[in-house]
Design a protein around this ligand. Sequence first.
Ligand SMILES: C[C@H](O)[C@H](O)[C@H]1CNC2=NC(N)=NC(=O)C2=N1
Length: 98
Amino acid sequence: MQTIDVAEALKALPKWRDPAGDRPAIQRDLKFADFNAAFGFMTRVALLADKVDHHPEWSNVYNRVEVLLTTHDAGGVTQRDLDMARFIDEAAAAMGGE
Ligand SMILES: C[C@H](O)[C@H](O)[C@H]1CNC2=NC(N)=NC(=O)C2=N1
């Protein structure tokens, strides 16, 4: 799949940033009211991720979730990451995350 320049991808995703690691990727850092809301968000995302076989790299500490998206096979950010980022933004909003 064709890769998309990270800076270009971020123009359409105001809540996301460039993690500036060793691979091209996009990242969003989220905070929820509590663990229950954070894990509810992760559950929503996990169900879609497995369905579409595109999985976030993420970590959770209590009410915080860090999500990184990249497409391993392509070695960069692709449309699949942008689609997942949009879903994540919707799921985060639904669970009161910001
Ligand atoms: C074999 C399987 O299709 C691949 O490993 C999938 C699984 N989930 C994935 N998730 C993400 N984020 N990037 C991938 O390239 C990817 N590849």
